[in-house]
Structures are given as structure tokens and as C-alpha cells.
Ligand binder design. Structure first.
Ligand code: 4NP
Length: 154
């Protein structure tokens, strides 16, 4: 499986999602490619937000070596599955993909926890550390379901 996690800045949520899913896949012995990207280019080349790094580390995951990049329309061709953090990311990915768009490859991450509900992973950018812990736990549970679902046919 090749999976891409997408948010707005590729600085808070999707770096956590990349780190968490890669860690679970590795521990399950799966040779998955996991990456992340942002629909906006504000933070290209930057390491993840210090609170994403801190919360990941408190949970035993090192995301300090990640570098921000922007989502590109070719990503939808390379990856098997793209998970977006919120509905606005979904619309932005669709727009960037243009004629490459493949609806079946793209879903909201929290639909793996709450199927069909189209819930958002809230953006912790404007809040304090607690918001990053809340987001970590949501992503962690969704990624458990992804590993269970796709490891069956890996
Ligand atoms: P993210 O959060 O999409 O989870 O990485 C944000 C990061 C940066 C900005 C917005 C959201 N920003 O406006 O720079």
C-alpha cells in the first residue's frame, strides 16, 4: 500500500498522521509507503509544528525528520489511497487534481472511524497543546482501522 495523508499546512495534522500510520505499519511488518503533504504551500521544507513533534514523541513516535511539501496533482496517480483531514482539504485536493481526480482513492480520515459521517479532524493550529493531544488520539484510532482493513490484502 502507498498512502498519502493530507491537510492544509502539512505542519500539524498530516505529519502526525504520517508518523502514526508508518509506525503502525512497521510494527505490523507491512512494507507500506506513507507520506504527507499540504494543499497550501505555506510551510514547504519546514519540520512539523513543535507541538506535533512533542505530542508524537510523548507517544513514542519521532516525526522530527519530516519536511513539509505541497500536494501535487500527480500524487493521486502514485498513491493507492489519500486521506484528507477535513472537508476543506477534500475540496482543495479535488481542485488541484483537476482531470487526474479519482474519487474512489480519496476519503476523509475520520470516515475510517465513523463511516459516512464526513467528520473533520479539527485544526489545532490556533489552540494550545491539548488540541494536539486530542488530534493525536483521533488519528491514532483511525490508523488502527486502516491497518486492520488493508493488511488483510497486503
Ligand atoms: P495543518 O494546520 O493543516 O494541520 O498543518 C495548519 C497549519 C498552518 C496553517 C493553517 C493550518 N497556516 O495558516 O499557516
Amino acid at each position: 500500500m502507498k498512502i498519502l495523508m493530507v491537510c492544509l499546512g502539512n505542519i500539524c495534522r498530516s505529519p502526525l498522521a504520517e508518523g502514526i500510520l508508518q509506525d503502525k505499519a512497521d510494527k505490523a511488518g507491512l512494507k507500506w509507503t506513507v507520506d504527507s503533504a499540504g494543499t497550501a504551500g505555506y510551510h514547504i521544507g519546514e519540520t512539523p509544528h513543535h507541538l506535533s513533534q512533542k505530542v508524537a514523541k510523548l507517544n513514542g513516535i519521532d516525526i522530527s525528520k519530516q519536511k513539509g511539501r505541497k500536494f501535487r496533482k500527480e500524487d493521486i496517480l502514485f498513491y493507492d489511497k489519500i486521506y484528507v483531514m477535513d472537508n476543506s482539504n477534500y475540496n482543495d485536493v479535488k481542485h488541484i487534481c483537476g482531470n487526474n481526480w479519482q474519487e474512489e482513492k480519496v476519503d476523509l480520515l475520520l470516515n475510517e472511524l465513523y463511516p459516512g459521517e464526513d467528520r473533520d479532524v479539527p485544526d489545532p493550529w490556533y489552540g494550545g497543546e491539548e488540541g494536539f493531544h486530542v488530534v493525536f488520539q483521533m488519528i491514532d484510532r483511525a490508523c488502527d482501522n486502516i491497518v486492520s482493513k488493508y493488511s488483510l490484502d497486503a
